[in-house]
Design a protein around this ligand. Structure first.
Ligand code: EPZ
Length: 437
């Protein structure tokens, strides 16, 4: 039989790979409820390891990182079940080890360490994965846990941890207010003998959300959200119901989408106090932002002004996670905007994609200088991390023509139905290609 002619159906790039396809520009208009916070849900799920019985987390976002945390919990022995937007966790511990493939799926898997070693007296896990924003060391986590009496041996990229005398409360001073290290210490010390004081603790709202859940389970944690944490160890914790705080970075993502498209959008279920550190660039760019109770309305001008100067800092400074989203705004702003990224060493990868869309950006180490242009033009671009991918989607919304954003798996880690939510506000956007199994 001669060679057979195989005719492939014409596939766009989007059909071959998982892509978000946008035909811009289109002004956004309408209302949207903001999802629960990814960066609160993940430590909360780790905390259920410590809490006997049932925990119900309401307002839980459906994200791939949450799926990974559920797989870790089930590997440890718990049973998890979704009921709409609530996740029910029946706690049980039959194992104190996390397999490398699960550890490598996300950065926050390291936060399970404190909880496992507190509950079981030992833990086996390897170094975590997560978005490549530069080296993601865990020296602060390890140093603090060792001070709490945890013996940690590192070999072959894995951590062998034991607490033969149990966790002993102590004084810890973090050289940097690391969010993850603060969470790990809280989870390790909450059922310790004695009291732990953490100086220079992270003050992000997610820390206060975690402390609120643990205190409702019977913990005695004071000063969460301030610079100094005091944790009086207790004997036991029992699960409870808790509502996850709104996602402040998802909020600012939809605000940026409204801003670049000259839109008028109202966001519901917002915690407006968490948004205050991020308001300045929107007002400098000429947007009108009205905050009322748990709602926020943003109205944008036909053309944005520059955001002038953004320096990322630990909370309550301008958050590093919002930097890529505001850079998309600056890309089409009238004038020059200067960014200084002080938290991560390599968090400008989205600049390459923005430049492909026509943005004028110069990156020099921690500094990025953005000269706003009149109009971006659609093109195929690639996400390299979660918030950078979202920034490319935001830029695609105002670009003229078709933009295809690849690497959607990064975006799915932190955004619940980003394309569908933007489409409900009038964007011509769709996600094509099945999520990779
Ligand atoms: C959390 O990451 C968030 N992730 C990040 O959000 C966020 O960007 C970051 O806090 C800062 O706000 C989650 O909550 C799951 P860090 P984390 O420890 O805990 C250095 C997103 O897009 N450091 O505060 O990893 C580190 O290298 C993600 O949602 C050490 O040097 O952040 C970085 O430069 C991205 N040694 C800085 O501190 C350590 O042991 C901030 O890290 C730990 C951290």
């Amino acid at each position: 039989m001669g060679p057979r002619l195989i005719v492939w159906p014409m596939l766009t790039l989007g059909e071959v790979f998982s892509m978000i396809v946008i035909d811009g520009p289109a002004a956004l208009d309408g209302e949207l409820k903001v999802q629960g916070a990814k960066n609160s849900t993940l430590p909360l799920l780790a905390a259920t390891v410590l809490c006997k019985g049932q925990t119900v987390l309401h307002n839980c976002p459906h994200l791939s990182d949450v799926d990974t945390a559920v797989r870790i919990l089930e590997h440890l022995g718990s049973r998890c079940q979704w009921q709409g937007d609530s996740l029910v966790v029946e706690n049980a511990m039959t194992c104190c080890q996390i397999p490398p493939d699960l550890m490598r799926e996300m950065r926050s898997s390291i936060v399970f360490l404190g909880a496992i070693v507190s509950r079981c007296g030992e833990a086996e896990l390897c170094f975590p994965g997560g978005c490549e924003l530069g080296p993601r060391p865990i020296d602060l986590h390890i140093g603090a846990l060792r001070k709490l009496g945890v013996e940690i041996e590192e070999s072959g990229g894995c951590l062998h941890c034991r607490a033969p005398q149990g966790i002993q409360g102590t004084y810890i001073s973090l050289s940097f207010p690391s969010v993850g290290a603060t969470e790990n210490v809280m989870l390790a010390a909450v059922c310790s003998q004695g009291t732990t004081v953490v100086a220079n603790a992270a003050r992000e709202p997610e820390i206060a959300d975690l402390a609120a859940y643990l205190n409702r389970c019977g913990a005695r944690i004071y000063g969460a959200g301030e610079g100094c944490l005091i944790i009086d160890g207790v004997q036991e914790l029992y699960g409870c119901e808790h509502t996850v705080m709104p996602d402040r970075i998802a909020t600012v993502t939809y605000m940026a989408a409204a801003a670049v498209t000259g839109g008028n959008v109202t966001l519901r279920d917002v915690d407006n106090t968490h948004i205050l550190p991020m308001l300045a660039p929107f007002e400098q760019a000429g947007c009108s932002v009205r905050q009322l109770g748990r709602a926020l309305n943003i109205m944008a001008p036909p053309r944005l002004d520059a955001v002038r100067h953004i320096r990322t800092m630990p909370y309550p400074g301008f958050p590093t996670d919002a930097q890529p989203l505001v850079m998309s705004m600056a890309a089409v702003g009238r004038g020059t905007s200067i960014f200084v990224e002080t938290i991560f060493e390599n968090r400008y990868k989205h600049a390459e994609g923005l430049q492909r869309l026509g943005a004028n950006i110069k990156v020099e180490g921690k500094v990025a200088i953005v000269e706003g242009v009149e109009q971006l033009r659609g093109a195929p671009v690639m996400s390299h991390d979660l918030r950078g991918g979202a920034a490319l989607v935001v830029a695609g919304l105002c670009a003229k023509g078709r933009t295809e954003v690849g690497g959607v798996e990064y975006i799915r880690r932190g955004y619940e139905n980003l394309a569908g939510n933007l489409a409900s506000l009038g964007a011509r956007i769709r996600e094509v290609g099945e999520p990779t199994p």
